[in-house]
Design a protein around this ligand. Sequence first.
Ligand code: ADP
Length: 319
Amino acid sequence: MNRIAVLTSGGDAPGMNAAVRAVVRKAIFEEFEVAGIFNGYQGLIEGKVELLQLGSVGDIIQRGGTMLRSARSVEFRTPEGREKALQQLELHGIEGVVVIGGDGSFRGALELTKLGIPCVGVPATIDNDIQGTDFTIGFDTALNTVIDSIDKIRDTASSHERTFIVEVMGRDAGDLALWAGLAGGAETILIPEEKYEVPAIIERLKNGSGRGKKHSIIIVAEGVMPASELADILKREANIDTHISVLGHIQRGGSPSARDRVIASQFGARAVELLKEGRGGVAVGMKNNGIVEYDIKDDEGSTNDWKAEMYTLSKELSI
Ligand code: ADP
């Protein structure tokens, strides 16, 4: 193998740049040529490929977003689109690809591997929803952004004795909401993995105020319902007034945390080693603090193992 490539795909996450840097530098260290594919799979289909040097990835380790830019590609989901992508890889003499992205991007990587170009996945998504790894790049940074917001909301909530509902990202995965709720001391956490009961939420709020609590914070993952809907329910069912805060895309931005930069560096470098060994259809990750690799699965909708114990703990600590 002489030349490999790297691309970022799907939803962007802080730390993707640090992973790109690690792939490029490790590849050059291993005496490969390394190309950057811009705009994800769509850019590959369109031939947006450029050789990168050591200096091409200078001064990006601390930057959010991705210098290779990211995209979603409907065309790549079709066999014809993937055939075009394959032709571009052959045209540019690329013999292996590191795909930095989420679950969907990994399935794309598996499809390319099946066509004969080994691809290795590097998990990067703020949702932390990739089976096979305890953590994904971007999760820690997003979590800290959410905590920062909750702390600020808590200041104003306690000054005015208010109940706040904070909506965080997570359509199918509640990791961000759960970790943020636990770290932020939220009274109630609603996540897609666990059933919720409105009377129980109301009872917790009433018990809290009965004990003289000055404020209450409810964290709701977007996949459960919008914060506004929960506010309407609480008003209608119990005449409880709430304020809502929808954090939105600020959760995707910002300079990556030290932890995200470190795991991005470790994941990126390991991905290059795997390509060197001729491996494809696999992804890197972290289990029990060690760097691991695992097969990318064909099935849709994989999520990380649900941390039921953590959910129980959050309830025990927030009564
Ligand atoms: P993420 O990687 O963040 O989960 P997406 O699910 O949007 O984001 O996937 C990113 C891109 O990966 C898609 O736009 C598509 O081009 C490609 N992709 C996703 N699923 C598949 C699939 N089953 N087969 C081929 N390509 C796919």
